[in-house]
Design a protein. Structure first.
Lengths: 225, 47
């Protein structure tokens, strides 16, 4: 419990420091101006969200292989946290797009594949709520989760494979791409902060799933008596 | 500072989403903790 409180406090402090860096340390971008500062929060959340879905995918694979409940708990915890992060991405993106592009939304490859990713993980959680029997629920959702993860590489590569309204990658984007050194430091610090926040939320959500399992066992014991 | 309101809106709504999500986890945890206590207390009585 004490470790979880410390992790939560560290996550909050890092997120506050990242926001401070985004507003006061990172220089203002020449063409977009102040609105570009959304970049640090938007992309940090997107990377952490995709990593949460990767953890969910690993949990899904391990569950199918080992049939251990712990992997199912890891998967559902990561999926829910990934979904929260992707919700932030889908909200902050349009807020940034309106002043930058003049429109909130367009159905280009990056935006559409991200929205589809969000829908896939909403479906993953809906599927879990529809199946009552724990082992069947875990197996079905693990199989669906493996399928849902196929969209993550598609989201990542969409701006490399197709011409999109969404900007081309500035990190690992090839010749001509890249960030100012101070922007780069603030950006990677924001990515770290969002990952620590992601880890804290996954630990909290995992512990909730563990408690649900304890309730199931106690309920079965109570019914047996 | 053109568009500063958009930057504040993005950060505030984003943090709001995380805060509401954390509150939902905390609420569900507290409900389950109460349920575990209730079930644990009911079991010895049934014996």
């Amino acid at each position: 419990m004490a470790k979880r409180i410390i992790l939560g406090a560290v996550a909050v402090l890092l997120v506050i420091a990242a926001a401070y860096g985004s507003f006061y340390i990172a220089p203002e971008e020449r063409t977009m101006g102040v609105v570009q500062r959304i970049f640090y929060f938007h992309v940090g959340s997107a990377w952490a969200g995709m990593d949460a879905f990767f953890l969910c995918f690993i949990g899904n694979l391990l569950y199918v292989w080992r049939r251990d409940q712990k992997y199912d708990w890891l998967s559902v915890a990561s999926a829910e946290v990934g979904l929260a992060l992707m919700t932030v991405v889908l909200i902050t993106g349009p807020i940034w797009a309106k002043p930058a592009w003049g429109i909130y939304w367009t159905w280009d490859a990056r935006l559409t594949s991200t929205f589809v990713l969000w829908l896939l993980y909403v479906s993953y959680l809906l599927l879990r709520s529809l199946v009552e029997e724990p082992d069947r629920r875990a197996l079905l959702s693990a199989l669906f989760g493996i399928f849902a993860f196929l969209d993550v590489p598609l989201v990542y590569f969409s701006i490399r494979w197709w011409r999109t309204q969404h900007p081309a990658p500035v990190i690992m984007g090839g010749p001509g791409s890249g960030l100012d050194p101070t922007m780069s430091k603030v950006f990677f610090f924001s990515v770290l902060a969002m990952h620590v926040l992601m880890a804290f939320l996954i630990v909290e959500r995992y512990s909730l799933e563990k408690m649900k399992s304890e309730v199931d066992i106690l309920q079965r014991e109570a019914e047996a008596q | 500072m053109k568009n500063l309101d958009s930057v504040f809106a993005a950060y505030l709504i984003g943090w709001g989403v995380f805060f509401v999500f954390y509150l939902s986890i905390a609420k569900r945890t507290s409900d389950l903790r109460a349920e575990i206590e209730r079930l644990k207390n009911s079991l010895p009585r049934a014996k």
